[in-house]
Design a protein around this ligand. Structure first.
Ligand code: SAH
Length: 355
């Protein structure tokens, strides 16, 4: 049975489904899910992420985390964790860059949170020799100082969409018509989680709610707030998002999210304000939301690029220049991608970020 057929049967049985339920089926269905069945990353895949563009991304984040570890008195055991590690490239770059930081590797326990068995197998290969451990739930993160990175993880979590209707909301739902998946709206209802959004929206406006992110950020913030550490969360989005950002990408092109269930990557822009609120509620401090370009410039990406450039010529040199531009330039990833740092008050945010 195809995933589309399975979805149509589920809709026939249970009625129209939320965007979040649709996303979960498309991404994580055990046999047809997008992430469960493939490695979507890279030039030949569907999308390219910052660590796949250049080693500089992971190196600079690794050194920032190591600096923060030293600033907090270099605890002799800590968890070095990543959410949604993809091919393991970012963690490999972090580990390579920090290999010469005295004591850092000996103190680190590498822990990964990954839903896809296909990607877990690739991560095991990439990180051979570092003995990573996979956890099935973020709640399984050990009670210890936590240094954590998440790049393009939160955008992969399912969102629900709501359209303002008077003082209530109608949920955007996916139903079926003549054997095709179609968009519709549910009945008007109050939504407790969207109470504050009545202040900044008008009739017809669409807002998104990523409920799955909250328990995850709460655990992370709890560990960092209690035991120390630092978090670097990088994703596209903004402080307070509004409008439809649910999108499908296949082979580097945008496509209709309902057209090829399980065969395209489904994401939504990350709304950072709820992540920040949950961080504070869990007793942890967070940095100002900072654009990726500014963050990487502050960490010295230009000097690092210049150092690497001296060893390269021809197409390799041009690739490096292009990678630097792509990661930092406001018209490329520099502005769209944002960074939120987590840290225990009263210590300082991870380097590159401001309180
Ligand atoms: N961080 C990597 C990969 C980003 S793609 C990079 O920057 O290259 C998103 C990653 O999150 C993939 O590894 C995907 O399998 C994982 N992922 C998506 N949804 C998840 C979920 N609900 N739980 C755990 N991992 C998930």
């Amino acid at each position: 049975m195809t995933l589309k057929k399975h979805l149509l049967e589920r809709i026939a049985q249970d009625g129209p489904m939320s965007v979040a339920d649709y996303t979960t089926e498309c991404m994580l269905h055990p046999t047809h899910g997008y992430y469960t069945t493939r490695d979507p990353l890279g030039v030949k895949g569907d999308f390219v992420t910052a660590p796949e563009i250049s080693q500089m991304f992971g190196e600079l984040i690794g050194l920032a985390l190591a600096q923060s570890w030293q600033d907090q008195g270099h605890p002799e055991h800590f968890v070095l964790a990543e959410l949604g590690p993809g091919r393991g490239t970012l963690m490999a770059d972090i580990l390579r860059a920090t290999a010469r930081v005295p004591g850092f590797h000996d103190a680190a326990e590498v822990v990964l949170f990954e839903a896809s068995p296909t990607l877990r197998a690739i991560q095991a290969k990439t990180l051979k020799g570092h003995e990573p451990r996979w956890i099935g739930s973020v709640a399984d993160l050990p009670e210890a100082p936590l240094y954590l990175v998440a790049n393009e993880f939160f955008d992969a979590l399912p969102v629900r969409q709501f359209v303002r209707d008077g003082n209530g909301w109608r949920e955007r739902l996916i139903g079926s018509e003549d054997g095709a998946l179609t968009w519709g709206l549910g009945p008007q209802a109050e939504q407790v989680a969207l109470k504050d959004r009545l202040n900044d929206t008008k009739d017809g406006d669409l807002v998104e709610l990523c409920a799955a992110a909250i328990p995850i950020i709460t655990v992370i913030a709890g560990r960092i707030g209690t035991h120390g550490g630092g978090g670097v969360i990088v994703d596209y989005g903004d402080w307070h998002s509004q409008g439809d950002t649910f999108q499908a990408v296949q082979a580097h092109e945008h496509c209709d999210p309902l057209a090829m269930p399980g065969k395209a990557d489904l994401t939504a822009h990350v709304d950072f304000e709820p992540l920040a609120l949950a961080t504070r509620a869990a007793g942890c401090a967070h940095s100002r939301l900072t654009s990726q370009g500014v963050f990487l410039e502050r960490l010295g990406i230009t000097a690092r690029a210049q150092a690497l450039a001296t060893q390269l010529d021809g197409p390799k040199h041009d690739e490096l220049v292009a990678a630097h531009r792509r990661l930092t330039h406001p018209e490329e990833m520099g502005n769209l991608f944002k960074v939120l740092g987590l840290y225990p008050s009263p210590s300082s945010p991870p380097p590159g970020l401001e309180p």
